[in-house]
Structures are given as C-alpha cells and as structure tokens.
Design a protein around this ligand. Structure first.
Ligand code: 3PG
Ligand code: MG
Length: 377
C-alpha cells in the first residue's frame, strides 16, 4: 500500500504553500465545471481553522511559459471566493516582489491565490531556481493537485524537496484519491472492467498496455476507438484517427494480455464521421459493466458536448452508476459527463485526475506522490 504524509503531522499553524489543480474547463471566463475547486474546500477549511495563512498555486491550461490572458486564474479566484465566502487575495505573478510581499503579510486564515504557475517555463522544466523562488512564499508545503501529480514539474517535484521532510504533506483530496485508486489497483474482486474513451491514444499508451494486463475487460470508445478499429483494417471515413498510434493499437489487440479488448460494434455517424458509439455497442458495454465488481472509467464515448452524440456516454454513465461494483471515474470530461447525467452521487469515487488516475492505476510512479511517501506497508 502506498501511504503519504498527511497534514496531521505538520507543525501548524504555519504559512502554507498549497498546490492545487485548478485546471478547470473554461468557456470564456465561465467555469464549466468547478469540481476541482470544490474538492479542495475541505483541506482549505482545516488549514484556515488552524490559523494558517494559505498561499494557493495552480496551473491552468498549457500556456508554455508565456503570460497569456486566456489562461489567467482570475476567474477561479472569483469562484473560490464565492465558495469560501471569504476574500481571496490575488498576486498577478506567482513569483517576485508582489507575491512575496502579499504572502508575507497574510494574516491567519487569509488566502492568497497566485497567477498561473505555467506562465513561467521553469514550472514545466522542474527548474530548481524557480522552485527556490516559490519556496520563499511559505514554511510548509501541502499538495492536493492530484490531477498534476504525474508531471515532474517544479511545484510538484522540485519544490517539496526544498522543505524539511516533516514540513511537506498531501492534503485531504490527495489522500482520498490514493485510497480509492488503490482499491482499483489492488484488485481483490473481479471482474474488473475498464472503460476507456476520449479523443487520443497518444499519451495513454503505456497506461493502456498496463491496463490490459490488469483488467479482465477493456471497453474502448470515443475517438480512441476509431484508431483501434482502423488498426483492424476497417476504413473509418473522415473520422479522427491517430495515425501515429495505429501500430500500438494493433499490438494491444494482437497481444496476449489478460483482458479481452472490446471495440464498438457500431457507431453514430454524421458526414462520414464516427461521433458516438451506436445502440448495439451501448447495450453490449452496459451488459459488461453490469457484471463487473470493479469499474474504472476514463474518457467519454463520443462528442457528448453535442446532444446528438451524447447518448452513448450517458448510457455508460447510467450503467456505471447502477453497477453493483466499486466504481471510479477519472478525467475532466468523464466527470463532467457523469455530473450532467445526474448519476454522480452513485459513483464510488470521482477522481479529479485524468491522465494522473490512469497512470496511477496502471502502476506507474507519480512524481508528486513519490515525494510525499512515508513508510508504506
Ligand atoms: C489535467 O487536466 O489533466 C491536469 O491538470 C494536468 O494538465 P496537463 O495535462 O496540461 O499537464
Ligand atoms: Mg487533461
């Protein structure tokens, strides 16, 4: 079992650097889904009740080291203030004089949100000098950014290493993610059915190969399915096919993995584009899910943002909710889909991580988790 340091052993009150994943889906400045903000409120409440000044840091999108207005965390600041019913102070840069001064003058229980970490290239480069600048903002470090723990970035990896080991911890969100995702990894009950969708295979290949060794059944949907079907030599019209991943898809299909890999038997097609799984696939997938004892779902079955292509995703959401199983849903879009389906409260665990949850259950070491580990057993 993986165990991480928790906030109970931190010398509190202290000035906290609180790394979160507020990489929320935005429609302009509107936050389409605030789950990632809401899930940090429990840790924030405890830290504030203990009298800690809290400096909050996050990334948003992929601005690639440049300051870009559309990736500002300003909209998040407003929503966070609303959810906390408290003022959230703001620093227009995550390092430098303004951030330092504001962090230093925070009173117990006050909260400061820093502008996007990824406006500095040092964040993704896991740069030590950048980490040292962040280090100046606080005395203890708490990480609840589960969704970014698979990234060896400065605020996730280099920064916690600069603190004494008794001054770093995972927050409540991180601890809960690890607890529930381990139920999936240490499969004690079977069948274990994994449901994978989303647009691309690229970037998910390693976890996918691990998953077909771990699960009993892997159901493939979404854009990812197109690539698998294409790998079997079927013409996919104008559909999104990840050409660079066809070989790997073929290898996964031909390999002698534990899992049966199931591809859609039919699609909902518009203008030569496969945009959702079809009705036969819906019932086949629902039946597989109904027989499962553990379900892990990452990635929608189609372009569910459009009502005409949402049916497949909604059908599997219902099947997952109704399954007599431990069910885990991860990834921004699948979580959004589950929430809009109205079944969210019937899922055992909704993960705030997409790529991170997939890598974790595939048994990969996540840098952000590794650095916080304590005597596992
Ligand atoms: C996510 O949304 O999956 C996390 O916030 C990580 O973002 P990234 O894929 O841009 O590193
Ligand atoms: Mg993502």
């Amino acid at each position: 079992m993986i165990r991480i340091k928790t906030i109970d052993h931190l010398p509190l009150p202290a000035r906290v650097f609180y790394r979160v994943d507020y990489n929320v889906p935005l429609e302009g400045a509107r936050i389409a889904d605030a789950t990632r903000i809401e899930e940090t409120l429990r840790t924030l409440r405890i830290l504030r009740e203990k009298g800690c000044p809290v400096v909050i840091a996050s990334h948003l999108g992929r601005p690639k080291g440049e300051r870009k207005a559309k990736y500002s965390l300003e909209p998040v600041r407003a929503r966070l203030a609303e959810l906390l019913s408290a003022d959230v102070q703001w620093a227009s840069d995550c390092i430098g004089d303004e951030a330092r001064q504001k962090a230093n003058s925070l009173l117990p229980g006050q909260v400061l949100l820093l502008e996007n970490l990824r406006f500095h290239a040092g964040e993704e480069a896991n740069d030590d000098a950048f980490a040292h600048e962040l280090h100046e903002l606080a005395d203890v470090y708490v990480n609840d950014a589960f969704g970014a723990c698979h990234r060896a970035h400065a605020s996730i990896d280099a920064l916690p290493r600069l603190f004494p080991s008794d001054r770093i911890a995972g927050g409540l969100l991180l601890a809960r993610e690890i607890e529930f995702l381990q139920k999936v990894t240490n499969v004690t009950e079977r069948p274990f059915v994994a449901l994978l969708g989303g647009a691309k295979i690229a970037g998910k290949i390693e976890p996918l190969e691990a998953l077909v060794r771990l699960a009993d059944t892997v159901l493939i949907g979404g854009g990812m399915a197109n690539t698998f079907v294409a790998a079997k030599g079927v013409a996919m019209g104008a559909s999104l096919v990840d050409k660079g991943s066809i070989d790997v898809a073929g290898r996964i299909l031909d390999g002698n993995a534990r899992a049966e890999v199931v591809l859609p038997a039919d699609f909902v097609v518009d203008n030569m584009l496969a945009l959702d799984i079809g009705p036969r696939t819906e019932s086949e997938y629902a039946a597989k899910i109904a027989g499962a004892r553990i379900v892990f779902w990452n990635g929608p079955m189609g372009v569910f943002e459009k009502e005409a292509f949402a049916k497949g995703t909604m059908a599997v959401a219902r099947a997952v909710a109704e399954a007599d199983a431990t069910t885990v849903v991860g990834g921004g879009e699948s979580v959004e889909a589950v929430k809009s389906s109205g079944f969210a409260d019937r899922i055992t665990h909704i993960s705030t991580g997409g790529g991170a949850s997939l890598e974790f259950i595939a048994g990969e070491a996540l840098p952000g988790v590794e650095v916080l580990r304590t005597g596992d057993q």
